[in-house]
Ligand binder design. Structure first.
Ligand SMILES: Cc1ncc(COP(=O)(O)O)c(C=O)c1O
Length: 403
C-alpha cells in the first residue's frame, strides 16, 4: 500500500497535519516501552556482519529461538530481582524445571526432590526423566533438615519449593543450602509461590531459582512462561544452551506480556499478601472451616521461619478444609460469585482450586493420603480485590453449605 505524502487526521474533533511518514527514521524512535519484536529471524547487511555476530553473539540477534530482545528484557528483569548472575526465560514453568535438571544432571545421575511439590513437577521427574535415566528420590518434609541418608554417589541436586503447594509449608533455604554445600549437591528452588518480593533464594545460598512466570511474575492469568536464574555465570550459560538446543524458548509476545506484568509485581504481592492474611484470619474463626494453612497465621508450623524468610509478607496463597464431601465442595464453588474455580493461581483476580482433582490428580492414592490431599481441601489464590468484598463472598458461600 502506498503511503500518502501527508495525512490529515481528526483527533478530538480537531484536524491536525501529520508529517510525511517517509521522512521519519523508524530506527531513531525512542519508545518508552519496549516494542514487541515479533520476528522469528533478524537480518544481516552482509557476510561481514554475520561474522561479527558469530564472534560476539551476545551483541546482536540472529534467530528468536537463540535470543530475542523481549525475552532478554524479561530475563534481565527477573535476574535483577533474584540477584542472579545469569537467566533465561522458557516456554513454561515446566520447561524451566526441565532446564534446571538438565543443567545439573545427565543419564545415570540421581536427584532428590522434596516430597511435597507441585504435582506436574513430580510427574516430570518420576515418569519422564526416570525414563531418560535420571533417578529421583522424594524426601519427606520431616526429613528435609537432614537429607544425607538419601544421598548416593550419583546424587547431583536437590529440588524444592520455597513454599509448598498446597499446604504452604515453608522450606528453610539457608539451612538447605548449607546442607547441599556440605554434600556437594546443587540446590534448585522453585520460587513461584514466594516470589522474590518475599524470598530471594540465591542470596540465601541456592544455586538456581526457577519460576512458573505464568503465576505471580506475569500476574494477570494471560501468559504461560518460565524462567531460570543461576547464581553463577557458567550455570546460567549452560541453562541458556539447553533452552536453545531443546527449543524451550519463550515467544516475543509472551515475553513482552510477562515483562509488562512484572512492573507491578511488588505492588501486587503486597496486596495479595494483605488480603490473604485477612482472609486466613477470617476463615480460621469460621465454624464450617476445619483447618486453614497459611504461613502468616501463628498456628502455621513454620510461622517464625516464614516471618524471617518472607520479608514481613506471607504471600497470596492459602488452603483450607471444609466437609470432605463432593456435594458440599460443589455447592461451595457454585455459590461463590467473585472467586471462580480455575485450576491455576496468582492472577490479580482471586480464584480457587481443588488439589485432589487438579494439581495432585496424577499422584497415587497412597501418596495423596500421605500428603493429606483430601476432597474437602480447597486452595485459594487470593487476588488484589477489596478485602471486604472477598470476605463477604466467602461468607455467603460458607453460609450456603450450612446444614
Ligand atoms: C509451584 C509450581 N511450579 C511449576 C509449575 C509449572 O508451571 P507452568 O504451568 O507454567 O508450566 C506450577 C504450575 O502450577 C507450579 O504451581
Amino acid at each position: 500500500m502506498r503511503i500518502p505524502p501527508t495525512v490529515s487526521l481528526c483527533y478530538n474533533g480537531e484536524k491536525f497535519h501529520q508529517e510525511p511518514l517517509k521522512e521519519r527514521n523508524p530506527m531513531a524512535i525512542k519508545p518508552k516501552t519496549t516494542p514487541i519484536y515479533q520476528t522469528s529471524v533478524f537480518t544481516f547487511e552482509d557476510l561481514n556482519e554475520l561474522e561479527a555476530y558469530f564472534e560476539q553473539p551476545s551483541t546482536a540477534y540472529m534467530y528468536t529461538r537463540f535470543a530475542n530482545p523481549n525475552s532478554d528484557e524479561l530475563a534481565a528483569a527477573v535476574k535483577a530481582l533474584e540477584q542472579g548472575a545469569g537467566a533465561v526465560v522458557t516456554s513454561s514453568g515446566m520447561s524451566a524445571i526441565l532446564t534446571a535438571v538438565l543443567t545439573y544432571c545427565e543419564s545415570g545421575d540421581h536427584l532428590l526432590c522434596a516430597e511435597e511439590i507441585y504435582g506436574g513437577s513430580s510427574v516430570l521427574l518420576s515418569r519422564e526423566l526416570r525414563r531418560l535415566g535420571i533417578g529421583v528420590t522424594y524426601v519427606p518434609l520431616e526429613d528435609m533438615d537432614d537429607v544425607s541418608p538419601y544421598v548416593t554417589e550419583k546424587t547431583k541436586m536437590l529440588l524444592t519449593e520455597t513454599m509448598t503447594n498446597p499446604f504452604l509449608n515453608v522450606q528453610d533455604i539457608q539451612q538447605l543450602a548449607s546442607q547441599c554445600r556440605r554434600l556437594g549437591l546443587k540446590l534448585v528452588v522453585d520460587n513461584t509461590f514466594a516470589t522474590p518480593v518475599l524470598t530471594r533464594p540465591l542470596t540465601l545460598g541456592a544455586d538456581m531459582v526457577i519460576h512458573s512466570v505464568t503465576k505471580y511474575l506475569s500476574g494477570h492469568s494471560d501468559v504461560t512462561a518460565g524462567v531460570v536464574v543461576a547464581q553463577t555465570e557458567p550455570d546460567g550459560s549452560r541453562a541458556q544452551e539447553i533452552v536453545v538446543h531443546y527449543g524451550l524458548n519463550l515467544s516475543p509476545f509472551e515475553s513482552w506480556l510477562a515483562a509488562r506484568g512484572l512492573k507491578t509485581l511488588h505492588l501486587r504481592v503486597k496486596q495479595h499478601s494483605a488480603n490473604a492474611l485477612a482472609i486466613a484470619r477470617y476463615l480460621e474463626r469460621h465454624p464450617r472451616v476445619k483447618k486453614v494453612y497459611y504461613p502468616g497465621l501463628p498456628s502455621h508450623p513454620q510461622h517464625q521461619l516464614a516471618k524471617r524468610q518472607g520479608n514481613g509478607l506471607f504471600g497470596g496463597m492459602l488452603s483450607f478444609v471444609i466437609d470432605d464431601d463432593p456435594d458440599t465442595v460443589n455447592r461451595f464453588m457454585r455459590a461463590l460469585t467473585l472467586i471462580p474455580f480455575a485450576p491455576s493461581l496468582a492472577g490479580v483476580q482471586s480464584s480457587l482450586s481443588h488439589p485432589l482433582k487438579t494439581s495432585h490428580r496424577a499422584l497415587t492414592p497412597e501418596k495423596r493420603k500421605k500428603l493429606g490431599i483430601t476432597m474437602g481441601l480447597i486452595r485459594l489464590s487470593v487476588g488484589i480485590e477489596e478485602t471486604e468484598e472477598l470476605i463477604a463472598d466467602l461468607e455467603q458461600a460458607l453460609d450456603s453449605i450450612a446444614d
